[in-house]
Design a protein. Structure first.
Length: 276
């Protein structure tokens, strides 16, 4: 018999077991403040799986890596939209891209490599792709790796379909140029899907990426504690090329963190630079 009360309530011991597992596997931190969010997501997950207790489910995710991934997927928050925080894209257009192009002049390396880490349902990498198509002159090219912890979000991103309610913020000329109108919404065109590779990645681990010129990781590390934040940021350092740039969320900061990144303030937005 399915016990709804048991699925909702977490004893202190259960909460500690779950929060430790989540932190060890993803770096995401649950505290007493957001305990109710974990309980709510567990309630949904147990209902979906027909499991009658939080203890039974904990045993299940300890044994089954696939179910663990599904659980981590369910507890992540995926709030995003096209052209979110326009100031970042203005700084990218008017400062970052010209800087990279100037530094590369005469090198023969005309490809700009970009990583959208924590890309959610794809609005960020598609926004970046639209911008790059608009401002990057020939013979320059770009490549985007878009990664997330949520397989469900990655599938949505890769499909590139967005309901009418989701395309708010896209300029009309961009909508016509980069999307096809289809039943119920809009579908991304190959012009912006082609340069993007979607990839499952847990930021707790080394991505294997190297030589990235621009990294976006916005509104992600806010869910990590200090130690996990520092570890993630230092892994970005390893993944990035010399003279490259990092964008984080407007409510996030590297202040006080043991990292080598330099703070850069432009007239459009603040960001960070790997100067060596």
């Amino acid at each position: 018999m399915y016990n709804m009360a048991d699925s909702v309530f977490l004893s202190d011991a259960d909460f500690e077991s779950y929060r430790t597992l989540i932190y060890d596997e993803s770096g995401i931190t649950f505290t007493a403040t957001n305990r109710s969010i974990l309980e709510s997501r567990l309630k949904e997950r147990l209902r979906e799986k027909g499991i009658d207790s939080v203890k039974s489910y904990f045993d299940a995710i300890k044994k089954d890596q696939g179910e663990l991934k599904g659980f981590l997927d369910s507890i992540t928050t995926n709030l995003t939209r096209f052209f979110r925080n326009q100031a970042h894209f203005d700084a990218m257009e008017h400062f970052v891209i010209p800087e990279i192009m100037n530094l590369r002049k005469g090198s023969g390396n005309n490809t700009i490599k970009i990583w959208s880490a924590g890309c959610s349902t794809g609005e960020e990498p598609y926004t970046i792709a639209m911008l790059m198509n608009e401002v990057l002159p020939s013979p320059w090219k770009y490549e985007i790796v878009a990664s997330d912890l949520s397989l469900k979000c990655l599938m949505t991103a890769k499909e590139g379909f967005y309901a009418e309610s989701r395309i708010v913020g896209i300029p009309d000329n961009h909508l016509k140029k980069y999307f096809d109108k289809v039943d119920g919404g809009y579908k991304t065109k190959p012009l912006i899907t082609g340069p993007i590779r979607f990839d499952y990645h847990n930021l707790k681990n080394d991505s294997g990426h190297r030589g990235m010129d621009i990294v976006f990781c916005r509104n992600v590390i806010i869910y990590f504690d200090d130690a996990a934040q520092t570890a993630v940021i230092n892994r970005f350092w390893e993944a990035m090329a010399p003279k490259s740039f990092l964008f984080i969320g407007h409510s996030e900061s590297l202040f006080g963190m043991d990292t080598k990144f330099e703070f850069v303030k432009t007239q459009w937005a603040t960001l960070y630079r790997k100067s060596i």
